[in-house]
Design a protein around this ligand. Structure first.
Ligand code: F6R
Length: 611
């Protein structure tokens, strides 16, 4: 969703802001803009569309790009008001002296707008954000920090903001409540951003603001205060992602690069987490002793989208491997449905970004009800990682493509490790634990084998790219995998794709099947295969073309399908991983064949920070 970058220091601000915006593009947006304070002037430039359109608009501002100074910039994903130049950020107060960029939603903006209009203020946009600039201007008596703090007190809702003023060259005021802000510490310069990806080119040392924090940032000083205006110290964190991780390299798209990174990202997720001598997993971030673990009587998993699908696999793992009763909930449903959480309930929020609004709310609900919360996140220092207090990082590196691939597979691997640890804490024998540990360690190799099939998967995808509707079916652990495969296809290729439990087809959707509705059947040679063979026959009888994922060397399914994608042999717990990689490749090549914008699909945002 929306992205923020700000810079203060001796270098020319505009190129740094533009580069930062480009690194935030992956989050999804529909307009962009920047404001720079230089030579005693506040200049703003905005454009609908992509950052390169903003660069084109900059051509009309001769000399601005070379000016050193301080500035803020923003990519906007429209919520209040259509994507348009007036609605794009930054927003200036009416007098044009103060500029703000804002992520989040101001819930009482209409009331504040009426109040300001009553005082003669004229608004240029339909956004909820413009009120912030005018409220700061109204409260301003020479101190930008004090005026911003006074304004924030009047706001209901969420914000990550950055503020500059022509009267305070070289100074940025930034604050957060519910929407992340991270300060990048440079040498003789400092930066502000909503996401570390925008800072990597300049620094690895950052400070994450806590909710309620407000900071004054200049080139050589960072003054941090809490909600009560009391100076506070915040830890300096080191980012261990390198620049290459946030660049495409030789790949045409981030999504393809991230699919191909999976052998390494899974190795990273496993590294140092298996104890062969005990046949178990060691997950340090859990912070629970074996005795405390043994008291867990129930697990509730909450997440959205792909993270929800990973959670559904977690349910199979925790119940089957560890024997702990588990349920999975869409995080939005969890937060509003008044779930039962007992002291011995382990709540596992799953979120790649750690910033998904509904999952954050689920964490708060679970914590308020006294559950033991351990989060699975990829982004270090993200809101969920910090609020949960304990958890397990995925170590997948930055996931730039909007469609989740490597984060999903790492979530699944970490859930397997988690189930192994819980299993060994209860009924799993050391030898069974060791067997599962070995299977988990073999996953990167299995995925490398699937990646070698990419040319063949592309060839199949090219032939199926003309269809407009798809069904994905699976059973057991391959049921959530089918849901994930359908989600990948629909989000990046805009083909209508539905994932179903294979048994569910007969209960309604089968009425749609005909030669225009291909079925992608997950028919790996694991328990349940015989049943899915029956389901494939039902689809064939209705003339649906069938693409089957099968286990290499298993000829039993081949003759009843139009096309097959082969997966190396593996157990039912492991099968989702190589299978999902094949489905990611299938979705990717279909989207490319249809000329879709793979990394930034329309209407989608990388982290969904609104309800
Ligand atoms: C799908 C996808 C989304 C996310 C969902 C949750 O490819 O990326 O469905 O999985 O928005 O995001 P996180 O995991 O960041 O909470």
């Amino acid at each position: 969703m929306c992205g923020i970058i700000g810079y203060t220091g001796p270098r020319a601000a505009v190129p740094i802001l533009i580069d930062g915006l480009k690194r935030l593009e992956y989050r999804g947006y529909d307009s962009a803009g920047l404001a720079v304070v230089a030579d005693g002037r506040l200049s703003e430039v905005k454009a609908v569309g992509k950052v390169h359109q903003l660069e084109e608009a900059l051509a009309a501002h001769a000399g601005l790009e070379e000016k050193s100074g301080c500035g803020i910039a923003h990519t906007r994903w429209a919520t209040h008001g259509a994507p348009s130049t007036p609605n794009a950020h930054p927003h200036l107060d009416e007098s044009g002296q103060i500029a703000i960029v804002h992520n989040g939603i101001i819930e009482n903006y209409q009331e504040l707008r009426r109040y300001l209009e009553g005082k003669g203020c004229h608004f240029r946009s339909q956004t909820d954000s413009e009120v912030i600039a005018n409220l700061i201007a109204e409260a301003y008596e020479g101190d930008l920090l004090a005026a911003t703090a006074a304004t924030l007190e009047q706001l209901n809702g969420t914000y990550g903001i950055a503020v500059v003023s022509v009267r305070h060259p070289g100074l940025i005021v930034t604050a957060r409540k519910g929407s992340p802000i991270v300060i990048g510490i440079g040498k003789g310069e400092n930066l502000v951003a909503s996401d570390v990806a925008a800072l990597l080119a300049h620094t690895r040392e950052v400070i994450y603001l806590d909710d309620g924090d407000i900071a004054v940032v200049t080139a050589d000083r960072i003054d941090l205060r809490n909600v009560k205006n009391v100076p506070v110290e915040r830890e300096i964190a080191k980012i261990d992602w390198d620049m290459g991780a946030a660049e495409k390299g030789n790949f045409p798209h981030f999504m393809l690069k991230e699919i191909f990174e999976q052998p390494e990202t899974i190795e990273n997720a496993i590294r140092g987490r298996i104890d062969h001598s005990m046949g178990t997993a060691v997950l340090a971030g859990m912070n629970l002793s074996p005795r405390e673990l043994a008291t867990i009587s129930r697990i509730v998993i909450a997440g959205c989208g792909s993270s929800l699908h990973a959670g559904m696999l977690g349910e199979y793992y925790f119940e089957d491997i560890a024997g702990v009763s588990t349920s999975v909930e869409q995080a939005a449903e969890f937060r509003y449905r008044n779930p039962i959480i007992e002291p011995n309930t382990l709540v596992i929020p799953i979120s790649q970004s750690g910033e998904t609004a509904d999952t954050i709310a689920a964490v708060r609900e679970a914590s308020a009800k006294g559950g033991v919360v351990t989060a699975l996140c990829n982004v270090v220092g993200s809101t969920i990682a910090r609020e949960a207090g304990r958890g397990i990082y995925l170590h997948a590196g930055p996931e730039i493509s909007v469609a989740s691939t490597k984060a999903f597979s790492s979530q699944v691997v970490v859930l397997l490790l988690y189930a192994l640890m819980l299993g060994r804490n209860r009924r799993l024998s050391r030898s069974d634990g060791e067997e599962l540990a070995r299977e988990i360690e073999a996953v990167p190799g299995l995925i490398r084998e699937v990646l070698r099939e990419a040319p063949k998967i592309k060839e199949i995808a090219d032939r199926y790219a003309r269809f407009e509707d798809f069904f994905f079916i699976g059973r057991g652990c391959l049921y959530p995998t089918a849901l994930e495969g359908a989600l990948k296809l629909k989000e990046i290729s805009y083909i209508h794709a539905e994932g179903y439990h294979a048994a569910e087809l007969k209960h309604g959707p089968i009425s749609l099947l005909d030669e225009r509705h291909p079925v992608l059947a997950l028919a790996n040679d694991i328990p349940g295969k015989d049943k899915i063979i029956g389901n494939i026959q039902e689809c064939r009888a209705r003339k649906s073309p069938v693409v089957a994922v099968v286990t290499r060397g298993d000829s039993s399914v081949v003759k009843m399908t139009d096309d097959v994608i082969e997966i190396p042999p593996c157990s039912r717990f492991i099968a989702p991983l190589p299978t999902v990689v094949a489905l990611q490749l299938f979705a990717y090549y279909v989207a490319v064949a249809r000329g879709c914008e793979v990394d930034q699909p329309r209407n989608l945002a990388k982290s969904v920070t609104v309800e």
